[in-house]
Every structure is written in C-alpha cells, then in structure tokens.
Design a protein. Sequence first.
Length: 75
Amino acid sequence: MPLIQIKVVAGVLNEGEKSEMIGKVTEAVLSVYGENLRPHTWVMIEDVPSGQWGLGGTGLTTAAVQELRGAVGAR
C-alpha cells in the first residue's frame, strides 16, 4: 500500500490546494501502481511551522514561501 508523505511550510497552502495536491499525487502514484490500489493509497500533508524548515542554513518562513509562489506565478 503506497503511503506518500508531503511536508509543506504552514500557512502557504489553503485546504482547497491541499485537496488538489492529494488528488493529483494520488493519480500520479496510481499511474504506476494501477487503479486497483486507489482504496489503499494514503497521502498525508504535514504543515511544518514557519521558520522550522531550514534551507541553506536559514529558517524558511511562510512569508518567504508565499513570496516565492508569487514570483513563480508571475513568470
């Protein structure tokens, strides 16, 4: 049974975006494992508190990730 764990910085994704991620990740996994495993495929999204995710020696904050999302979306 596949178990997919996704960690994100808290406060960046809303409930709808998390739901969309769960659906799309499930579909990606089932494209490899096969449709019969749908009822046995687990996807868990865990919010990591702002500043408790280190990147390059610095705590990554919710504001920084939201800024990155804006920059990526503006391209």
